[in-house]
Write a protein that binds this ligand. Sequence first.
Ligand code: HEM
Length: 395
Amino acid sequence: RRTALFCGLAAGVGGVAAAGCTGSDPAPVATTTASRAAGATAYRPFRGVHQPGIADDPQPYAAFVAFTLLGGSDRASLRRLLTIWTDDIERLMSGRGTIVDQEPELASVTAQLTVTVGIGPRVPGLAGAPAPAWLAPLPAFAQIDRLDPRWGQADLLLQICAASPTTLAHAQRRLITAAGDLVRLGWVQRGFREPFAGGGSGLPMRNLFGQVDGTVQPDVHGIDAGLLWVGDNGPAWLRGGAGLVLRRIAMDLDTWDRVDRGSRENATGRRLDTGAPVTGRALTDAPDLDAVDDLGFHRIDDAAHLRRAHGTAPHERFLRRPYSYDDPPEEGTLSNSGLLFAAYCADPARQFVPVQRRLAELDLLNLWTRPIGSAVFAMLPGASDGEILGQALVA
Ligand code: HEM
């Protein structure tokens, strides 16, 4: 299923690790070189019903880039911007430089680049189109939110992901300059995941607390596709798109350092080594929420993240595609790390907010985590042949 999402030579950076090469053995060295070359030119298709960068495997590096539309923006200026971005993104993802690219060699390393375009709450109105009710900043979660406006809501989002940070930086630069005088650049949030996919062990990613993260997910390629993609009950211009909730969540590595392993596992209800629920043995074992210990206490703590985050209704689920960040510490501090928590679903108000509300009320992880940024976007549907992104919104 996964390989179908990739074009070209799919061996990515993870393939190099799997080869387990040492520099001293000539045969493996040749394999490594070939794998590297294959990873460099691996690419993902741009055109389709959905934009790439959502349901496909997360690449190791990501940048979320936000923009504000300048005063006087309207449907025509939006169309101009989306026309330029569509052409540039298609070129970059297929290894060609943009029309005005002065470093086309950098574009030739496609490295599974994807660029996914989203719009904020103000934009449908400027285009004269109806907005879904959920396309609005999230309600306040006063118990936990310590939001810094510098990571707040914006009008446009470019989510750029790649297996090479150079490819990513080049694409980011080209797309920012291409937007020219139509927008003002807002925040840029950079994140990463383990490039050696799952540490070579087949696990989902580990976050900077060392936890296996992203295990329980809806089956968005199968039975749960309707949880992810906007369908007939959304505005026509958004069918095939998805909602994105992007939360910047600081993780206090300094206080986490002082927590023993048992308490760390108790905080989520999962083991640190295998990622298995504390009531099970394997990563994919279903957690037993009713299991009790000798004293009659729940083995998965009543305040454990797993228990609190678990959907209490079938629709309270969404796709998590998180990236870690690890920025330079500010003066007088030792760390500045956390999660770019990216959750995708057809209706964030219905699917995401009830879960976030529950976690805000009670979640052991809140002792070490602090949401400092929050924004909601409508990720546009994919562009079919001959179309621009947002065709049905601005054409
Ligand atoms: C599960 C970490 C924030 C929703 C998990 C797991 C870990 C984890 C380790 C268990 C493995 C897995 O299934 O992925 C974190 C950390 C966070 C964070 C470190 C903040 C820095 C959030 C937020 C939400 C959320 C803000 C949603 C509002 C979920 C859900 C699950 C989960 C739905 C799966 C629960 C289930 O088993 O059904 N998280 N998480 N998490 N998390 Fe988080």
